[in-house]
Design a protein around this ligand. Structure first.
Ligand code: PMT
Length: 402
């Protein structure tokens, strides 16, 4: 989503995560935003103002009075200028100041003057982040209506591991885009997306699965999110780096777990997209112990899995939209048309393994979309992000949507 014309104050405070604010500045600028960086004095110990000034294409502010010219940096004007006041990283010290109205630097004074939404991305060490004083400051800031972007888990600068890492810049960008997309075309809509492969256990160490990476499903999830929808993802095992915090996210392994997760939320959904490559069959029995190598051949009995799309399709309400995928290697159109009708989809997206760069694993896809109404649309090979938006645009041609 473009952030063209959006004015963002980016507060940077004293934390080792301040190096990530350079990446965040670049992402915001690349998305079209105007970014005014305000640094706290302790942020200077972690990143130079020159870096942030160069990336934001504006002088960085930090003092009430400009060092050389003596010109006053008007915190009231700054606070009113911004469409969004984002602080990333937000140190424990800055959170405490904001929560208690302490106003001893340009950043905290501008915070008190800001009328726009405030987003805070805390970054600190494991035990600091769990300290009751920090937790109560965060709680207090949330009661002011500030949006706290939960710290992520991982390795911390101290060597400890756990929650406290500043949310990754790419994830913060999505939050910012989501904030500005509120009034966009899918605002208020609840969307469920099944994605990735399923894994059907044979024994404790082996499974039946397929090559789905989850890239197509994730591209759809991100596209719906940036168009204002609330996105419920049900994902099979994938190894993509995912901003789960932005979604209602449920990890599952098998087709039956995916079905259980989907059936629980289906009724509340406006749109369901079945992008998962669900294993059609699963071992009839799961061996409780690792199967030992004995004979020259081994037969495993497979039984049909629940067809999630078909089952939920039979419960589809009049105002719900169901979109399916078909991954084919032969008789592509015929098979896609059959699935469109058998699974009660409003629209099916055919991707063929015969098209170079389409289907599993690729960052690109080439699709042929069939509407139940007879309308068809074909794409060229394009990034999955672009294909996702093309698919979402097509929802507007579905009669229940109009
Ligand atoms: O994840 P990527 O690497 O990016 O690859 C993307 C993709 C190729 C997996 C994706 O674009 C795709 O085509 N997904 C559906 C693959 C598939 O299983 O197609 P199918 O023709 O077997 O199934 C038809 C439809 O029924 C699909 O919407 C599928 O999600 C659904 N289904 C199938 C079987 C089952 N038991 N339950 C289902 O819900």
């Amino acid at each position: 989503m473009s952030l063209k014309g959006k004015k963002i104050i980016l507060g940077v405070t004293g934390s080792i995560a301040a190096y990530k604010s350079a990446v965040l500045t670049r992402l915001l600028i690349k998305a079209g935003a105007e970014v005014q960086v305000i640094m706290s004095t302790s942020a200077f110990d972690f990143i130079t103002p020159l870096t942030l000034a160069t990336l934001s294409k504006r002088p960085v502010l930090s003092q009430f009075q400009h060092d050389k010219t003596g010109i006053w940096n008007n915190h009231v004007e700054l606070g009113l200028w911004a469409d969004l006041f984002l602080v990333a990283p937000a140190s424990a010290n800055t959170l405490a100041k904001f929560a208690n109205g302490i106003c001893d630097n340009l950043l905290s004074a501008s915070y008190l003057s800001a009328r726009c939404t405030v987003m805070l991305a805390p970054a600190m060490d494991l035990d600091m982040y769990q300290h009751p004083s920090v937790l109560s400051n965060i709680e207090k800031l949330e009661t002011f209506g500030n949006v706290v972007l939960d710290a992520e888990s991982g390795e911390l600068a101290s060597g400890l591991s756990g929650r406290g890492r500043m949310m990754e810049p790419e994830h913060i960008l999505l939050k910012v885009e989501q904030f500005f997309a509120v009034k966009s075309d899918f605002s208020g809509k609840k969307v469920m997306i099944t994605m990735g492969p399923t894994q059907e256990a044979i024994d404790p160490v082996r499974y039946v699965s397929n090559h789905s990476s989850g890239k197509m499903g994730l591209a759809l999830a991100n596209a719906f999110l940036s168009r204002g929808a609330e996105v419920f993802v049900i994902s099979g095992p994938i190894s993509l780096k995912v901003p789960k915090v932005n979604f209602r996210w449920k990890d599952v392994k098998s087709a039956s777990e995916m079905y259980q997760a989907a059936v629980e939320i289906h009724e509340q959904m406006d749109i369901c997209v079945f992008a998962a490559a669900v294993a059609d069959y699963a071992p009839a029995e799961v061996s409780p112990e690792k199967i030992k190598k004995k004979d020259a051949t081994l037969s495993i009995n497979l039984v049909k899995n629940v067809d999630i799309a078909a089952k939920l399709g039979s419960k589809k309400k009049q105002n719900q939209v169901h979109i399916g995928f078909a991954l084919e290697t032969e008789k592509e159109e015929e098979n896609a048309q059959r699935k469109l009708s058998e699974k009660n989809f409003d629209m099916i997206v055919l991707n063929s393994m015969k098209d170079q760069g389409a289907g599993f694993q690729f960052d690109t896809n080439k699709v042929h979309i069939f509407h139940r109404s007879g309308l068809t649309v074909q794409s060229e090979i394009a990034p999955k992000k672009q294909i996702a938006n093309l698919i979402i645009d097509q929802i507007k041609n579905i009669p229940v949507w109009v």
